[in-house]
Ligand binder design. Sequence first.
Ligand code: SAJ
Length: 424
Amino acid sequence: MQDTVICVVGLGYIGLPTAAMFASRHKYVTGIDIDQNVVDKINLGEIHIVEPGLASIVGNAVSKGYLRAAVTPQSADVFFIAVPTPFLLDEAQIDIPQPDLRYIESAAKAIAKVLKKGDIVILESTSPVGTTEKLAGWLSQERADLTFPQTHNEESDIRIAYCPERVLPGHIMRELVENDRIVGGLTNRCSKAAIEVYKTFVRGECVVTNARTAEMAKLTENASRDVSIAFANELSIICDELDIDVWELITLCNRHPRVNILQPGPGVGGHCIAVDPWFIVSQSPIDAKLIKQARSINDQKPLWVIEKVKLAIANILLADPLKSSSDITIACYGLSFKPNIDDLRESPAVIIAKKIIAMHSNTTLLVEPNIVKLPLDLKGGLLSNIDIALSKADIHLLLVDHSEFSNRRPSSGIVIDTRGIWSA
Ligand code: SAJ
């Protein structure tokens, strides 16, 4: 392992921290990304994503020559694939999004060009069951001169393993080191080789299984969280009908030693929990009933929130017939997909804010302490500070439980609290 050279394909939220971590342990690392701007930025020692602690590690590693970026893979001893696996809406099965493996396939083809006997290829991208076997197939198609585990078992020239990333955005640098890793080699020697690599910086336990179980483990972890959140979201709708404070209810129930209900919200966002369960549903469309239903409950929660806003507008107009809807100011508190981050992608809060901007005739105030500029698709709204929103709005819609909001409750107007920090 002393002089092992590492190549990480995909420099996003997982690939870049992984590359930086190896480089911080004095491994020579090349990070690969198809985006030239990302490559240029990293080669300047800068980063293109927000993740606490990452910038200084990248800056240091680049200045000391341990980390560099490029657009095409370079020869190495270990290759990590950490590219996105989004889903595609298939016309034939429009209700079940299908995983899109094209980024993994093109990463495999690019790596294949520089593979040599003895190399290890580790897939970290969240993937449907069977993807590691497909990866092995794509590599062997490109390199008939090398042998692979699917045909030569322990004697193969190349070792291949699936090792899912399981780190939480915002805590990635700590969790990369501390979390246990699931290591699913195509053979035992593949698993052993992967563990040796991870032991460079991982202090958690590396637990061995086969590649298919490792793939399913990652999907199961996120589907389990999605199902639990769907239960909380469904409860919140039932409790609203029954005039019960759902957060008080959950706190009470969680005093039971074997009950642990998660928190309801305006929907489920981010790039993992709202995506990965579909990989299970797409492979088992008949049997994955609960997982599919949970996705649907969580996806519909933003629509329920919008109905609440419409009802609030109607109630104000009913109470004062001289008012028109353009006299009503709505403030949305929080836009990111979860608290205390600036990441607005796949955020239910953004979906809700966009709908309100489109349907409401007065300017919507958007309070998001973690950004300085609104993205283009929210331009119809006005980025506002919390004091202005609290004093001006007639409807206060709390969408994200940022710490800035917890002790600033509105003193007038209608409050719609999707996170339960103002309800108590
Ligand atoms: N959410 C709720 N109620 C809760 C918990 C979360 O509504 O009680 C919502 C959040 O507001 C957010 C969404 O769920 O919109 C997802 O947030 P999260 O904090 O649950 O998860 P992510 O997407 O940031 O990270 C998850 C993690 N998976 C699990 O906890 C099982 C992380 O460990 C994974 O590495 C990551 O997905 C990933 O990359 O797959």
